[in-house]
Ligand binder design. Structure first.
Ligand code: ATP
Ligand code: MG
Length: 214
């Protein structure tokens, strides 16, 4: 991808990946990505909307086109943020391991990949496909999220995977209890979602009548 070039010195690149359904993207995602970018000195953060998520019911999720466009609208004003179509362009369910392989490239001097997840997602990592290879290929930034404690996760990691401990960084961010589910529920109830998601996303949701039926 064109924006992954860094004057020919790819070795110096740190890229952040943030996977998600983004149905819709909201301030919790954006604040998390921006904080990770700054604290881990990431050159870019690439948002990767899922195509057919293996863990979620297909029928209840908005079309990939909608989720991709809303994510693009949300990142427009941040010069460090990009959106990738790598997962939504694939028919079959895609796994994080495939996406990370895609971005880390085959050469030794590929970018250093940081995968940003919320606390709820990282707690499930040991159920993910090829998670041991995944932990070798990238570093995880696990972000605090209201309602999820990372203490037990930290214990499990220390006990069962001591060699992986330095591959998972825990990042505390100011608590943002917003979730996509909360936004969808509010839209269905006719409640305002202003300031929970960027304004262009709010307009997009209105224009296309998304989430009206809950
Ligand atoms: P849903 O309610 O539909 O599950 P969500 O708000 O959890 O949506 P996802 O698209 O599922 O959003 O999440 C993408 C990634 O962003 C996950 O790693 C998730 O943990 C993280 N994330 C979502 N919201 C927050 C938040 N408020 N703070 C920190 N991380 C978050
Ligand atoms: Mg979620």
């Amino acid at each position: 991808m064109f924006f992954l070039r860094n004057n020919g010195n790819a070795a110096a690149m740190n890229i952040g990946l943030m996977g998600g359904t983004f149905d819709p993207i909201h301030m919790g995602h954006l604040v998390t990505a921006e904080e990770a970018r700054q604290q881990f000195d990431l050159n870019y953060v690439i948002f990767v909307p899922t195509g057919t998520p293996p863990h979620k019911e297909k029928e209840t999720i908005s079309l990939p086109e909608h989720r991709y466009l809303m994510t693009s609208l949300a990142v427009m004003s941040n010069p460090y943020f990009f959106v990738s179509t790598v997962e939504i362009n694939t028919e079959a369910p895609t796994y994080t391991i495939d996406t990370v392989r895609h971005f880390s490239g085959s050469e030794k001097e590929g970018p250093e990949v940081y995968f940003i997840t919320g606390a709820d997602a990282i707690l499930e990592i040991f159920t993910w496909k090829d998670y041991e290879e995944l932990l070798r290929l990238c570093t995880f930034i696990a972000v605090s999220r209201p309602g999820y404690s990372l203490d037990r996760f930290r214990e499990t990691l220390n006990r069962a995977y001591p060699e992986m401990v330095n591959k998972v960084h825990l990042l505390e961010i100011p608590a943002l209890a917003v979730s996509s589910t909360y936004i969808r529920e509010r839209v269905a109830l006719g409640k305002t979602i202003k300031y929970l998601t960027p304004e262009p996303v709010e307009q997009y949701i209105k224009k296309h009548g998304l989430y009206l039926s809950g």
